[in-house]
Design a protein around this ligand. Sequence first.
Ligand SMILES: C[S@@+](CC[C@H](N)C(=O)[O-])C[C@H]1O[C@@H](n2cnc3c(N)ncnc32)[C@H](O)[C@@H]1O
Length: 201
Amino acid sequence: MNHFNQAANQWDTPEKIEQNKKYAEEIKSLSGKKDFSHILEVGCGTGLLGSQFVTPASSLTGIDTSEGMLEVFNRKFSTMTNVHSVKINLEQEDLDENSFDLILSSMAFHHLTEPEAMIKKLKTKLSPAGLIAVIDLDKEDGTFHPDPVKMGVHHSGFAKEDIEKWAGKNELNVQVKIINTIHKNEKQYPIFLALFSPIKH
Ligand SMILES: C[S@@+](CC[C@H](N)C(=O)[O-])C[C@H]1O[C@@H](n2cnc3c(N)ncnc32)[C@H](O)[C@@H]1O
């Protein structure tokens, strides 16, 4: 059983719910948009961030590699016919859906082997004015995760320059903002929001 399958049932805590409310407000504020109609959440886990955006008038697709996380996601949204999940590793497979006007990903990019390639793939799934919002750890010293190998961690966060490179290589604009600081191990770990948008020609 992988780390996230084991963690799934205890994943949602009051602290994480509050954090994700704040993250959603930051996305709305930086994008200047409050309503989105077709939303994809990559590495959705239990859907903590997507749940802040989905309304009866919109749709949410959550994708994740962890069956345990998706079971909690499915239970959470069981009464909403406009929400569904797909168990997929988007680095290796493709999703048969596109034209999303908001693609979200929170704390999942450090688990990817090729984050820049993921941005390239996600760009193909955007509607013309669609946005990609990535939230993750700022570059850290490798101490954030107690057991990075067991937890499937491939990156100790990302520097602003890394994120700007992903945008440049994929012909996207990007705004990067520190939106939170997680305190643990007697250290401070800043969390960034990177908001990617198409370049208008
Ligand atoms: C740290 S958790 C974050 C979950 C959720 N976004 C949150 O903030 O609560 C990372 C999630 O990314 C998922 N994940 C890791 N690699 C993935 C991949 N290649 N494709 C899809 N999901 C992946 C994990 O299964 C896990 O649910």
